[in-house]
Design a protein around this ligand. Sequence first.
Ligand SMILES: Cc1ncc(COP(=O)(O)O)c(C=O)c1O
Length: 286
Amino acid sequence: MTTAYVNGIFTPLSEARISPMDRGFLFGDGVYEVIPCYGGQPVAMQYHLERLHDSLEGIALSPSHSDEQLNALIDELIRQNGGGDLGIYLQITRGVVERRQHAFPEKCEPTVFAYTFSISPPSDGTIESATCFSTVTRPDQRWGRCHIKSTALLGNVLHMMEAIEENAEEVLLFNDHNQLTEAAACNVFVVSDDKILTPELDHQKLPGVTRRQCLELLAAHTDWVVEIRPVSLEEVLNAREIWLSSSTKELSPVVRVNGQPVNDGKPGPRWSAAQQLFHQHRFSRP
Ligand SMILES: Cc1ncc(COP(=O)(O)O)c(C=O)c1O
């Protein structure tokens, strides 16, 4: 049985209730985080809290819980769900209103909801332990505020379905200049020649915690050339390797794009080395 948290109360997930007049339900007026936890220990909690604050600020919602309270509720949720390997979903919405109107209500108590789900242990960087991804490419048709980790994810959901319709598991998105933005639920790294490329952050990309950790780990433990700059469709289609990054996938190799193999269609040596670094150092960051 999964235990959830709703506004101060721990309850079986099947009994958790939120009003249909919650602005999260009516407008997607909320933000969220997904924090991975292995052996009961959260990964990069501080980075997730920092981004949560940025997202709350991005939708002009004052936090109802301090970081101390959020840390305590997450620790308790992990404990009540038996520890182990868990994804922690934490959502904060503007709360329940009496009347549906677009403008923010004058007074509203934010809704705080969290629950856990089981996740597989991440790869140790060996080829055998890799979860490989097939992808398709599409023009990015989401909204212009993708830097906010908003619960309004319909654009991402519809893009993900474009991948699934083509028997792929992710979609690589490109802006009007045919430059890579990100994937429906991941950031993207490309190995081109001998360089590691990843697009710079802007309003078309979520500032991924895993992307941040990966860049820090590569800077601290390798002498690889890493370039944060626009990445063209051509560079993606001719890449030696492509990696997806997200909290529950860490770094995962892309082995197909639009039905064509990436290089030899197998996880590459740079991915393997980078994910091994992640495996060794996942708890060494805040
Ligand atoms: C659109 C999008 N980009 C990037 C990411 C990766 O972010 P993180 O590494 O913080 O999980 C996610 C994760 O859910 C996402 O939904």
